[in-house]
Design a protein around this ligand. Structure first.
Ligand code: SF4
Length: 250
């Protein structure tokens, strides 16, 4: 059975259309279920387990995507696989990306990179853009923040640059956790070394997922943390820009 077999199944949590944030243009975004991390600032705890998704074949998801293909193309967009963590289901992710690419659609992969080793070369060949979350530079903080380890993400980033895969880097500013000058500087210096980074999205922590935690009967992990103020956001953006990077922030 080949990687692009239409019968490969994946757990798909939901899908949506979005403009500007999940890659260029208007995009069909499929949120795959399951994630190995447990980020303290996660706003989608409802996607953490594969049980939260519906088992869907590649052919079924493609049929849905193709229903929007004309609209997506006119809007200069494409398809983004997000989550959860799409690399938790690498066969399904690879097959969908390949089918989209063969259909002439721009493809993007939204990932933390923590399972980057599971992305084989075929998957990366079918990927036009990677939206890569680098959540912290300090390894101990990364562990505390996510429950995972930092090196796989850095390894994946270097591999993408080596293969010429364009990247948009995402960095979430969480007051008291990720916003320290030295932490931001570490990420910014690392990213500046990656030749295929097109831009850095600096995103503010927000509490919009709070209700989802309540609905799942889970404690909200950062009950006393407020979103960053404008001054902090501007300082973090400036730190990335100082490394010669194109930055978008709010
Ligand atoms: S990687 Fe994303 S989906 Fe997974 S826990 Fe972190 S923020 Fe949530």
């Amino acid at each position: 059975m080949g990687a692009a077999d239409p019968d490969v199944h994946g757990a798909v949590h939901s899908w949506d259309l979005s403009t500007g944030v999940d890659g260029p243009g208007t995009r069909f975004v499929a949120f795959l279920a399951g994630c190995p991390l447990r980020c303290l600032y996660c706003h989608s705890p409802d996607t953490w387990t594969t049980r939260s998704g519906d088992w869907t074949t590649v052919a079924e998801l493609m049929a849905r995507i193709e229903g929007f293909q004309r609209f997506i193309e006119v809007a200069g967009g494409g398809v983004t696989l997000s989550g959860g963590e799409p690399l938790l289901q690498p066969r399904f992710t690879s097959a969908v990306l390949r089918r989209c690419k063969d259909a002439g659609l721009h493809t993007a992969l939204d990932t933390s990179g923590s399972l980057g080793d599971r992305a084989d070369d075929d998957l990366l060949t079918a990927t036009d853009l990677v939206l890569l979350d680098i959540k912290s530079w300090d390894p101990a903080l990364y562990r505390r923040l996510t429950g995972g380890t930092l090196p796989p993400t850095l390894r994946f980033a270097r591999r993408l640059a080596g293969r010429g895969v364009p990247m948009w880097i995402r960095f979430v500013v969480v007051p008291g956790l990720t916003d320290a000058v030295s932490n931001v500087d570490g990420v910014a210096r690392f990213v500046a070394e990656l030749s295929t980074v097109e831009k850095v999205d600096v995103l503010p922590y927000h509490r919009l997922g709070q209700r989802k935690y309540a609905g799942l009967g889970l404690p909200f992990p950062l009950p006393t943390t407020a979103p960053p103020d404008a001054e902090t956001m501007a300082r973090v953006c400036d730190q990335f820009a100082a490394q010669g990077l194109r930055v978008t922030g709010v």
